[in-house]
Ligand binder design. Structure first.
Ligand code: FAD
Ligand code: DHB
Length: 388
């Protein structure tokens, strides 16, 4: 098999890259080790920045997003006794959308399988070779068990945090890694319950952080800060709803409950690896960086990488100019570090540590964001996504 761009991983980064390249007349093949069902059922992010919505719309992927996505003009920040609304359009002229990552992936997969470049699920034994030459290749075994070789001009490593691409970059570059693991995790639930709030609620509480989000007018997505050593088996639905009711408590307001459809515990870390390139292998999305979820940047950052990478590859493969490809890693990392700082800052402001000094600093910061337009605007600009 031969293609221009061999893409490893059918997450949002790999699928969107394939789509953006196809629209520019560049062919690609996407290789994914999981099944279509698995990839489409994985529950992850829910908030799309304005930039992400614009990119998906321009790529012809906006139909269902505009029909079913929920446009949001702000968030509520809560601490005991106070629920304050930040109005994003007023603060920075931008807004965000609630549309699950699973829906984005379903839309991209359906389009690709209908009339897009090849997309192979359930491949195994994938190996990347000769990335320091102009003709790298990917070896893999297809779903039928047949060994295959994919000859490429470029390989895109969009294989997430656990994929093989980042290690291949490490072998041939002076790779630098930065990592922070946080002493808390999120317990997330998806519930068949109409959201009891118009906007997302980010709540600070002495018991720990809680986040009230949603997926549709009848499905809520909620998160509780828990210790990373907690086991999901120890959290009955009743215990979860009790924790949520306590942390979101406000006079005259009540949480709405319903059957829990899914629950899991998510670890939280910041992670950045540089460079995001070795020769003809380019990393994008979680393959190169992870942010903690507070601030909803992970998926949006993957989309920003891919927009930049698609432009660099069009220039490299069609115009034979290397300037954008050479600038890719440094340019992408500037946005990565901005999102890394914002996510760390939101995480640090909202998650209790058990230290009373930390708690007073957090409450002071929250009061500042809720009383100063300058402080609120700084949050709003980062949350809705800085322009590309
Ligand atoms: P991925 O979505 O991870 O896609 C990578 C793909 O590569 C996967 O399909 C994987 O199966 C495939 N792959 C891996 N190895 C191989 C291989 N050897 N061969 C072939 N294919 C391979 N972000 C937020 O903003 N808000 C959230 O609430 C949030 N929740 C999250 C919850 C979880 C449990 C996780 C893991 C992430 C969450 N994120 C969240 C982050 C967000 O989902 C990611 O930033 C986003 O998925 C990144 O997209 P990606 O395409 O780079 O990586
Ligand atoms: C969701 C996740 C986030 O990390 C966040 O900051 C907001 C919403 C969500 O899954 O809906």
């Amino acid at each position: 098999m031969r293609t221009q761009v061999g893409i490893i991983g059918a997450g949002p980064a790999g699928l969107l890259l394939s789509r953006l390249l196809a629209l520019q007349g560049i062919d690609s093949v996407v290789l994914e080790n999981r099944s279509r069902e698995y990839v489409e059922a994985r529950i992850r992010a829910g908030i799309l920045e304005q930039n992400t919505v614009d990119v998906l719309t321009e790529a012809g992927m906006g139909d269902r997003l505009h029909r079913e996505g929920l446009e949001h003009r702000g968030i509520h920040l809560q601490y005991p006794g106070v629920r304050h609304t930040l109005d994003f359009p007023e603060l920075c002229g931008r807004r965000v959308w609630v549309y699950g990552q699973t829906e984005v992936v379903k839309d991209l997969v359906a389009t690709q399988l209908a009339d897009g470049p090849p997309l192979h699920f359930e491949v195994s034994d994938l190996a990347i070779e000769d990335v320091d030459t102009d003709s790298p290749r990917i070896r893999f075994t297809d779903a039928d068990g047949t060994p295959q070789v994919l000859e490429c001009d470029v390989v895109a490593g969009t294989d997430g945090f656990h994929g093989p691409s980042r290690a291949v970059v490490a072998e041939g570059t002076r790779q630098q890694l930065w990592e922070r693991t946080y002493p808390y995790a999120w317990l997330g639930i998806l519930a068949e319950a109409a959201p009891a709030t118009d906007e997302l609620i980010y709540a600070w509480h002495p018991d720990g952080f809680a986040l009230y989000s949603m997926r549709s007018p009848s499905v809520s997505r909620l998160y509780l800060q828990v210790d990373p050593s907690e086991k999901i088996e120890d959290w009955s639905d009743d215990r979860i709803w009790e924790g949520l009711a306590t942390r979101f408590a406000l006079d005259g307001w009540e949480i709405s409950t319903g059957p829990v459809l899914e629950k899991s515990i998510l670890p939280m870390r910041s992670f950045v690896s540089a460079p995001m390139r070795r020769g003809r292998l380019f990393l994008a999305g979680d393959a190169a960086h992870i942010v903690p979820p507070t601030g909803a940047k992970g998926l949006n950052l993957a989309v920003a990488d891919v927009v930049l990478l698609s432009r660099a590859l069009v220039r490299l493969l069609q115009e034979k100019e290397t300037d954008l490809a050479d600038a890719y890693s440094d340019t992408a990392l500037r946005r990565v570090w901005r999102a890394t700082h914002f996510s760390w800052w939101m995480t640090s402001m909202l998650h209790t540590t058990g230290d009373p000094f930390d708690a007073e600093l957090q409450l002071s910061q929250l009061r500042r964001v809720c009383s100063s337009e300058a402080a609120a605007r700084e949050l709003a600009e980062n949350y809705t996504g800085l322009p590309y």
